[in-house]
Design a protein around this ligand. Sequence first.
Ligand code: PRP
Ligand code: ZN
Length: 290
Amino acid sequence: MKKLNSNNFKLVIQKKGRLADDSVEFLRSAGFIFEAYTRSLFTKVRNFPLEIVFARDDDIPDYVQSGVVDLGIVGQNLLNEYRSKVKKLLNLQFCYCALCLCVPKESAVQSINDLKGKTIATSYPQSTGYFLKANKISATIRKISGSVEISPALGTADAIVDLVSTGSTLASNDLRIVSKLYSSEAVLICNSKAVTQKSKKIDELLLRFKGVLSAKNYKYITMNAPIKILPKLKKAIPGLKSPTVAPLAREGWISVGSVIKEDIFWETIEKLKRYGASEILVSPIEKLII
Ligand code: PRP
Ligand code: ZN
């Protein structure tokens, strides 16, 4: 049987489940080349000294904390549930979801105060316990490991605490949200010893990851504009330092290029058009190293 080499630099990701495919896709978009046979325990990255280990998501915080692996990609929800002491390095901006308290649509429960004396089914007993305690509500927590959403219909619970992402599981089970316990997304975690002992490797990896994340948050645009509106354009598109300006063959006109933030994309485009920019060309950025 192949064994993990304890000296190698290792990152653990989920073998199967909500984060599995997106984690592989994220690592590939960061430029790592590897085979992802999830039946095997681990795989070697071909173009970087890194081994990727596949594990059950519940085990990931432990593997990282104990130093079996150096890094891991896991849902923030699991860190919250286990109150794990691992160091979080980066939010990875995928697999967004929230841990929510939900009840059947026709339930009389309107607010969390109505939960007194009720039974709540969940795979997140710790998070649920902290939440009830913080709100001074005494209710029974029933821990189950899967298909939490069918508990109310089975008559085994009055409410559930479960992850909600698209909301389709709730809709198909006639449930509604009463309260949100916390939001979650995929995060990169790190063993505390590795942070100091393998800092150079971790920095290299972080540079790649951040390059992908920044690129996702920005677009590159170029446009043509009369030179007299340049001061206005500079204000609307400050770029990372300042926009690129090149003269056009046509007298009095320039071409302006800049990155702009995804979250203010449309309002910026509208502004530029209003000022008199035309032929606005928008391109995605593959990586952006700031
Ligand atoms: C979670 C949760 C719901 C579903 C919600 O399950 O328990 O079943 O996702 O997602 P939605 O709002 O997009 O429908 P998960 O995929 O983690 O699998 P599991 O319940 O089998 O652990
Ligand atoms: Zn589920």
